[in-house]
Design a protein around this ligand. Structure first.
Ligand SMILES: [Mn+2]
Length: 324
């Protein structure tokens, strides 16, 4: 049985709104308030953050130079650090559960999975309201939490270029693609989306061009969750390992909570996420999972988003303990 390792990555500098760095603590408080000793049961590691980049004048000057990839120098360091934590734990035969702030971290996690064994083909199941496949060349906001998949695929989508980026941004962005291993981490055919429903035009074109399958909420309900997850797993059957990236905004904000940076209605129910993740876990191919974008500062239902995330985390951990 693998030893579970919780990796706490309290970083929110890839988001446009502050507070996702507190998501981990909100999840821990959800556990404490339900008298659950979850966070005492497992080993954990804290990843050093760069969150001071928000206040630091030098970093602010860099932000001015990189408007289409805000705080990219700090995010590059943060993702590199997270990548090292993930790679070390996988090499030690641990099962890393990464709890991050904003979703830019996923690039670090994927890079770490690839760095642990570059020969292994990595499949990605991306459960999210957003496609996160912008590059600095296409992003309307310049927030890097919308870009991790583009960096992992090493695909800038230049056909849809909107922004003229600086030389500095271009160089740092290329370094983002080199974290962990110098090559691309994931092939487009090995990526599957669940629940993506809030995209911009350059992303739509890129998803079409790369042929990435998106299991929309309506399709999943119409065809059946089990059938869709089975189909996704068979699409990834040539992958040696699978990474699950769970952005809590995949869930329906009206039904669950607005405690996340970019809430979107008409998403999944928590129960659907639990069934989905349990079925993916049953493939016994999952090497790492990540939870992101819980922002308790935006939650007007108390701590509901973190409580929901914790419930999913517990179910998922139970599946890991039984199967890995
Ligand atoms: Mn996301």
């Amino acid at each position: 049985m693998k030893n579970i390792k919780i990796i706490k990555n309290r970083s929110d500098i890839g988001a446009g709104t502050r507070g996702a760095d507190m998501g981990i603590d909100a999840i821990e408080i959800a556990a404490i308030n339900s008298k659950n000793d979850y966070f005492n049961r497992f080993d954990f590691e804290d990843v050093k953050t760069e969150n001071e980049a928000i206040y630091n004048e030098i970093a602010a000057a860099t932000e001015y130079k990189n408007p289409y990839a805000k705080r990219i120098d700090s995010i590059l360091r943060q993702c590199t650090r997270l990548s090292e934590h993930v790679a070390t734990n996988i090499k030690d035969d641990n099962f890393p559960i990464v709890i991050s702030g904003d979703h830019s971290s996923a690039l670090g996690t994927i890079s770490g999975i690839k760095a642990a064994d570059a020969q292994k083909r990595v499949g990605v199941i991306w459960i999210d309201a957003h496609a996160d496949i912008h590059s600095p060349y296409t992003s309307p906001s310049g927030n890097i939490h919308g870009m991790p998949l583009a960096a992992a695929l090493a695909n800038d989508n230049l056909d849809c270029q909107v922004n003229e980026i600086s030389e500095e941004t271009a160089q740092l962005w290329n370094k983002m693609k080199q974290i962990g291993v110098p090559d691309i981490k994931v092939q487009a055919e090995d990526v599957v989306y669940f629940g993506v429903r809030d995209t911009e035009e350059p992303e739509d074109k890129q998803i079409d061009k790369l042929g990435i399958k998106n299991y929309k909420v309506a399709e999943v309900r119409y065809r059946g969750l089990e059938i869709c997850v089975n189909e996704a797993l068979s699409k990834l059957s040539n992958c040696d390992v699978i990474y699950i990236s769970f952005d809590v905004d995949a869930m329906d904000c009206d039904m669950v909570s607005y405690g996340t940076g970019t809430p979107v209605p008409k998403g999944f129910e928590p129960e659907e996420i639990i069934v989905m993740i349990r079925q993916i876990m049953a493939s016994k191919k999952v090497a790492c999972v990540e939870f992101v974008e819980v922002n308790p500062l935006l939650d007007f239902k108390g701590n509901k988003m973190a409580e929901t995330a914790f419930r999913i985390l517990e179910e998922m951990t139970d599946a890991i303990q039984k199967l890995y």
